[in-house]
Design a protein around this ligand. Structure first.
Ligand SMILES: [Zn+2]
Length: 536
């Protein structure tokens, strides 16, 4: 007998075999039993959750003459023809490799003809999000008025990429990741059938690693069985085979963060993405890894706390030695937050990358946890300076370290002229954010703009001293409101009016933009009794 891969051997043939998608199975079997099938379905969900399997079970069932529990009977004429291959009414297309408009046009031509056997022709288009725009438009034509004998099942891992016009014409089913326990129980049944000796712990680990996908679970299992042929499969063996590969990325990532090697951290993000692993799972693995490191760092009798192989625990201890407890707390906080944010994220990869940036570039992290690291960094730097003979001038050393670039928190982007133009309108808001003393100084001042990136603070004559005394506070508030680094320049009203005339002439053009500025000039002109002509 030829060997059949586990995932093919145990691919569900009827709805009763399907694991973990009860909500979908129930709806579909009800539709078949009551003869109320739709003409277009969209199956969404991550890989290995059973989209194509269910699509095929459904396709066979809708053509069966006497369905049993909503699934094909396997004995009627139509079922026989499907099995011997003479009734070609289930057509599968992989949109990853057939994504052009011509591929869809071909289908549009075919759907006109009624099926040779059975009631329906079923088109299963896998990875439908890969279709080109032209192909989607062509598909839409058929979906708008599908012939009565045609059913489309569109399967995708990425529903966000599908045009709304297509979505609105499909009945949508969201396939959930299968719970690890459900996968484990099912694997257990298969292993008994196959007469394979495997530890429960090993099965539990494989189920967890599969991340909700039955197909992945079966292929990891398959690998383990072939590698340890005729041996008892233990957790240690499975860890060696797969876990070691998988967790090495976790170790590498933490080492990259410790070394503040942003480039490496981002490369690892890219690698995880390229492997097609769930980013949320990766975040939760990093969280668990950090927690393990913390345990490794703070406890001795580790084996009882951590359910891992002895080599793995050794590697954990080694890595834990390179990090402080505070640093680990910072990782745990960030990974926990990342995991939470990823729950509803549309762009998980970007969130992952931002988190890695914050972790691997300490100056980008403004959290309280990062302060300890920054302080430790300062202490180390001080020690180093002291060794270099700066013992005599510790305060100078502190000053030089504090002012060094590495510890300055994230710098704001620089404001461009358009930012300044917009900011002028927020002058009243800026003033309200000032402390009482500063407010009383700037209350009578105006904000000005003359086509460059400088935010002019226009003040009355004779106010030089109080203005410069409160300038720092004003600058801080302006940057806060703008979210940018703004060049702020105090200027006396008549100097400002002169500047305006230089830039705009005494007769500024009537544009929307100038209007705001002209009112400023007018106010200023009125205050200093300067005669400036502005047409309204
Ligand atoms: Zn049948």
């Amino acid at each position: 007998m030829s060997y059949l891969a586990l995932y093919r051997k145990y691919r569900p043939r009827v709805f009763d075999d399907v694991v973990g998608q009860e909500h979908i199975v129930r709806t579909l079997t009800n539709q078949i039993n009551t003869n109320r099938v739709a003409h277009a379905y969209l199956f969404c969900g991550s890989r290995g959750t059973g989209k194509t399997s269910i699509a095929k079970i459904f396709a066979r069932a809708v053509n069966c003459e006497h369905p049993v529990n909503g699934s094909a009977c396997g004995v009627c004429d139509a079922c026989q023809k499907v099995q011997d291959g003479s009734g070609i009414n289930i057509i599968e297309m992989d949109a990853a490799s057939h994504n052009g408009v011509d591929n869809i046009r071909e289908i549009n031509e075919e759907v006109k003809y009624t099926p040779a056997v059975g009631k329906y022709k079923i088109y299963i288009i896998d990875e439908v999000h890969m279709l080109s725009t032209g192909a989607f438009n062509a598909l839409l034509k058929t979906l708008e008025e599908p012939p009565a004998h045609v059913i489309f099942i569109l399967a995708t891992t990425d529903p966000q990429k599908i045009p709304v016009t297509i979505l609105s014409r499909c009945q949508r089913f969201d396939f959930k990741r299968i719970a690890a326990k459900e996968i484990q129980d099912r694997l257990n049944i298969y292993m008994k059938e196959e007469n394979i000796d495997i530890e429960d712990k090993a099965l539990a680990y494989i189920a967890k690693l599969a991340d909700g996908g039955m197909r992945d679970a079966l292929s990891i299992l398959e690998q383990s069985i072939s590698f340890y042929f005729d041996e008892t499969i233990t957790l240690d063996k499975v860890l060696y085979l797969v876990g070691a590969v998988d967790s090495s990325i976790l170790f590498d990532m933490i080492y990259a963060i410790i070394a503040q090697d942003t480039k490496k951290a981002l490369e690892l993000c890219e690698a995880v993405n390229a492997m097609g692993r769930s980013i949320r799972q990766f975040a939760s693995d990093l969280l668990e890894h950090s927690r393990n490191l913390l345990i490794a760092k703070t406890t001795n009798g580790m084996a009882s706390v951590l359910d891992y192989s002895s080599e793995y625990i050794k590697a954990l201890q080694k890595q834990a030695e390179a990090i402080s407890v505070n640093e680990l707390m910072r990782y745990i906080k960030h990974f926990g937050q990342l995991e939470y944010e990823l729950r509803n994220a549309i762009s998980p990869r970007i969130l992952l990358e931002v988190a890695m940036l914050k972790l691997s570039e300490i100056q980008m992290d403004t959290s309280a946890e990062s302060m300890m690291t920054k302080i430790q960094f300062l202490e180390q730097k001080l020690d180093k300076l002291a060794e270099e003979g700066l013992k005599a001038a510790p305060i100078m050393a502190v000053a030089s370290v504090v002012s060094s670039k590495e510890v300055i928190p994230a710098r704001l982007p620089k404001a461009i002229p358009e930012d300044v133009r917009q900011l002028i309108k927020k002058w009243p808001e800026i003033k309200l954010k000032l402390g009482r003393a500063a407010w009383s100084i700037f209350e009578t001042a105006e904000a000005g703009f003359v086509e460059d990136d400088i935010f002019y603070v226009v003040y009355k004559e004779g106010m030089d001293a109080p203005v410069s005394a409160h300038l720092e506070e004003l600058k801080k508030v302006i940057n806060e409101v703008a979210g940018k680094e703004v060049k702020v320049k105090p200027i006396e009203a008549d100097d400002y009016a002169t500047k305006c005339i230089e830039v705009y002439g005494s007769n500024p053009k009537q544009t929307e933009d100038i209007k705001d500025i002209s009112s400023v000039i007018k106010n200023v002109a009125a205050k200093i009794n300067f005669n400036i002509e502005i047409k309204n």
